[in-house]
Write a protein that binds this ligand. Structure first.
Ligand code: AMP
Length: 418
């Protein structure tokens, strides 16, 4: 229980208000060590509660009465900066801890102004922007007590190591350093050796299963003209409470949301052409459960932390397979099983091929199109020459007339009730 950690009443109240009932495994292990002041390496992925694992000790250990930066958290992306800052702000609310996110892609002057006005104790930032602010003489790190590298492997992949070294050199020698990373390759081990105390603690949380394994996936290949009709029919027979439908374009999102409303669904589109007010209204109502289906493009959905999604629908498969994994990963969180239904136009078989290559046989495939499935070509014109070699015997090249056989994982189970 959180009560066992010896936390202040203010922080316990904030934790209760967030609805956290008991600590996640990483919190269980990391919080006591961090409250003691230990350096720590946490091997854990997003979704394990790692933000609160360092956020709770951070809000407990900074002194809100002093307007100096006492905790600096570096993260790889702007979305993460916003998300982490929000979580820490929530946790530190009753202790009156001030938190600010600083990141690139936005004019620096507004952030400089906020830094001066708010005088935060906690800064969450991307390495490039933090370095820039230090060089301008705006960010004074001489009072930093806690230095956190979050998603360290991603930051290194993004080439931030020199910025991180510079930022680290601006912090006091005596401080607590934490590093969180999903993986610990040799480059990260090297960073740990250089930045953390030798007697640091290490906490490792094994992901239960790769997320996609917990998601029941089904992909329908459909005649291009039958896309909507099939989508609607399947949607109607699928039980779900809260889902996202991904579309390719903003126009398609609007069009589809309108058609779904006509069909009696509680659906709303969300994208960048709407005003901030409207976007917030849609999100608020979706979170509350007043809207059942959010119709969005990848761009609109990026960075949205929406809980409790039990289904993801791809009205079309995305252009690249990584987006497919990202999209479906929005369901099946927190140990629950998720559902991902996708529809692939037979005019876009190349997308299907790419998803197949990355997702392997984790999905069930249903071919509802009469057009033959061609291999590795954008349209369905027959492929000539040696190009076919790209698709080896396994997978798409085999048993072309019995494509269903790829969905081996679900064979006989009929998890979709159809
Ligand atoms: P993270 O791994 O930090 O990205 O956290 C994933 C999600 O779990 C976030 O939405 C957190 O607010 C939520 N969360 C963190 N700790 C707990 C907890 N102890 N109980 C329930 N939810 C939590």
């Amino acid at each position: 229980m959180f009560n066992d950690f010896n936390l202040s009443e203010e922080t316990l109240k904030a934790i209760r208000e967030k609805g956290f009932e008991k600590p996640t495994p990483i919190q269980e292990k990391a919080i006591p060590l961090l409250l003691e002041g230990k350096d720590l390496v946490g091997q854990a992925q997003t979704g394990t509660g790692k933000t609160a694992a360092f956020g709770i000790p951070v809000v407990e250990r900074v002194n809100p009465k002093e307007g100096t930066i006492q905790a600096l958290i570096l993260v790889p992306t702007r979305e993460l900066a916003i998300q982490v800052a929000k979580e820490i702000k929530d946790l530190g609310k009753y202790r009156r801890v001030k938190v600010l996110a600083v990141y690139g892609g936005k004019p620096i002057f507004g952030q400089i102004d906020l830094l001066k006005r708010i005088r935060p104790q906690v800064v969450v930032g991307t390495p490039g922007r933090v370095k820039d602010l230090i060089e301008r003489g705006i960010l004074d790190l001489s009072k930093v007590k806690i230095f956190v590298l979050d998603e360290a492997d991603r930051m290194l992949d993004m080439g931030f190591i020199e910025d991180i070294e510079f930022i680290f050199s601006q912090t006091p020698e005596e401080k607590q350093t934490l590093l969180f990373s999903a993986t610990l390759p040799p480059e990260i081990r090297d960073v740990i050796r250089r930045f953390l105390k030798e007697d640091h603690a290490e906490v490792r949380i094994e992901p239960e299963k790769p997320t996609v394994e917990k998601i029941r996936q089904k992909i329908y290949r459909v005649g291009d003209r039958k896309l909507f009709e099939t989508f609607l029919a399947k949607l109607e027979e699928t039980p779900f409470r809260k889902g996202i439908v991904f579309t390719q374009t903003k126009r398609e999102a609007d069009w589809l949301a309108d058609r779904l409303k006509e069909a009696g669904f509680n659906a709303e589109a969300i994208h960048g052409d709407y005003s901030q007010n409207r976007r917030e209204w849609v999100l608020r109502n979706f979170r509350k459960g007043n809207i059942d289906l959010l119709v969005a493009t990848d761009v609109a959905a990026r960075g949205l932390d929406i809980k409790g999604l039990d289904a993801v629908f791809n009205y079309r498969l995305p252009q690249d397979a990584e987006s497919y994994i990202h999209r479906i990963g929005r369901t099946g969180r927190a140990g629950k099983e998720g559902l991902a239904l996708s529809f692939s136009s037979d005019a876009e078989d190349d997308r299907l091929q790419r998803v197949k290559k990355l997702a392997g046989d984790t999905f069930e495939f249903v071919n509802l199109s009469d057009r033959p499935l061609e291999r590795g070509k954008k349209n369905s014109k027959p492929r000539r020459g040696f190009g076919n070699r790209k698709f080896p015997k396994r997978g798409f090249g085999r048993k072309r007339d019995n494509f269903n056989s790829f969905g081996s994982r679900f064979k006989g189970e009929n998890p979709f009730g159809d």
